[in-house]
Design a binder for this molecule. Structure first.
Ligand code: HEC
Ligand code: HEC
Length: 368
């Protein structure tokens, strides 16, 4: 009997030793980070003079370290359940941060509901993010793709765990946000970093901008297209485009029905868009006016990617679109001829800024 008890005691000791080891390993993993300096470097965003200054949330100021972390997260598939999809899979820099598809595809080739949006100048979109404007801030938005089952199909607990155990992220979070230990990494800090990175995606070096600054000139066709676009002169036909796609952002950020869907009643829209957010019947089928900057890079077009080319987009607007009770009156039959259409497209081509190929916020500003 004594023998047995002694053996059990030894087993107990072994068990205790085993647990102590586990706890030690665990606490190594959650090691203190205080030996890594936390000296955040303020970052000054370069903004074009004709943009209204960007509003930066006071609890998430720009820092070089925050942007670097956000950029790293944006391009890292670690956020998706099977590590196959990053934010940049659907927001590809050289497609002006879209994906070239009608509707996006997530993990396991799951088909999304809507077309991926360009993130260019997204820091200025204060009237609500997404096609229906349902989200207020970039910090809130950044939490959503991870858990969307059609996008990254993950949960934040898993992501937090992966980031805490990662060989490099704890240091990057420490440098950006001054966390004391890896266990302090959480979704809200990740979202803050992503938002900082996204706010750096400011675009103002297209030919159009250079013409505005007196550094370049429009060709005759571009100028004619520009005049038609903004209904500049009575000698040329009106296009009404400029009411909603106003410069410098080429959007008022307003929500409109621009008549792309044929319906009998406002209940029939395939995607009710803004109506779901406001709960107002009259908002059914309205979507946020997208920017036309880099429009040559972001086909196919509209929230469901229904038009493959700009030619198709123009044919739609020239026809006046499908009637509905809430069709915006600026969408009406136009007297735009073939030559006018060509010139309008020449003008829209001046809105391309190819400096976004291989874009890196920090390279561009030479800060890191
Ligand atoms: C599977 C493709 C996919 C992935 C992955 C994805 N997005 Fe998106 N993104 C979209 C689509 C589609 C929309 C429009 C959705 C809507 O309107 O409902 C969108 C919209 C957005 C918007 C709103 C832009 C605007 O102008 O309002 C932001 C910001 C954004 N995404 C950032 C991100 C970030 C950050 C990540 C990574 C954490 C990410 N996205 C991952 C497809 C994707
Ligand atoms: C009443 C406001 C309004 C007017 C006028 C208007 N648009 Fe739009 N435009 C919108 C809205 C809203 C959308 C998004 C609709 C959707 O996806 O359901 C859009 C989408 C687009 C798109 C697709 C962009 C993308 O990223 O998918 C293009 C291109 C475009 N418009 C060009 C034009 C041109 C060119 C004109 C003039 C001929 C014009 N628009 C006139 C409001 C307007």
């Amino acid at each position: 009997m004594w023998q047995k008890m002694r053996e059990r005691g030894r087993e107990g000791e072994r068990e205790r030793f085993f647990w102590v080891l586990i706890i030690m390993l665990w606490s190594c993993n959650d090691s203190k980070l205080s030996h890594i300096p936390y000296v955040p470097t303020p970052y000054k965003l370069e903004e074009p003079a004709n943009f209204v200054k960007m509003q930066i949330p006071p609890d998430n100021p720009f820092t070089v370290e925050g942007i670097a972390l956000g950029e790293r997260l944006f391009f890292d598939p670690i956020l998706s359940i099977d590590r196959s999809i990053s934010c940049s899979s659907c927001h590809i820099p050289n497609l002006a941060f879209t994906d070239g598809k009608a509707v996006s595809t997530g993990i396991d080739k799951r088909v999304g509901r809507r077309s991926a949006m360009s993130l260019i100048n997204v820091g200025y979109y204060y009237k609500g993010l997404f096609w229906d404007g349902r989200v207020k801030s970039l910090e809130m938005q950044a939490l959503m793709p991870v858990t969307d089952h059609r996008e990254m199909g993950n949960d934040w607990k898993t992501v937090e765990d992966r980031l805490r155990r990662h060989p490099e992220y704890p240091e990057l979070f420490r440098r950006a946000f001054g966390i004391k230990r890896a266990a302090n990494i959480d979704r809200y800090l990740a979202a803050k970093a992503l938002a900082q990175y996204e706010r750096t995606l400011v675009n103002y070096n297209s030919k159009f901008d250079r013409v505005q600054r007196g550094e370049a000139r429009f060709t005759a066709a571009e100028k004619r297209g520009w005049q038609i676009f903004f209904d500049d002169t009575l000698e040329l036909p009106a296009s009404e485009c400029g009411h909603c796609h106003i410069d410098p952002l080429f959007t008022t950020l307003g929500f409109f029905n621009n008549g792309i869907e044929q319906i009998n009643t406002l209940n029939d829209f395939h995607d009710k868009g803004r109506g779901v957010v406001t709960g107002r019947f009259v908002d059914n089928g309205k979507f946020r006016t997208p920017t036309l900057r880099n429009i040559m890079l972001t086909a196919p077009y509209m929230h469901d990617g229904r038009f493959a080319t700009l030619d198709e987009v123009f044919d739609h607007y020239i026809s006046g679109g499908h009637f509905a009770d809430n069709l915006n009156p600026n969408v009406r039959k136009l007297r735009i001829r073939e030559q006018d259409k060509k010139d309008l497209i020449a003008f829209l081509q001046t809105l391309t800024d190819s400096t976004f190929v291989n874009y890196s916020a920090l390279d561009r500003h030479g800060s890191i």
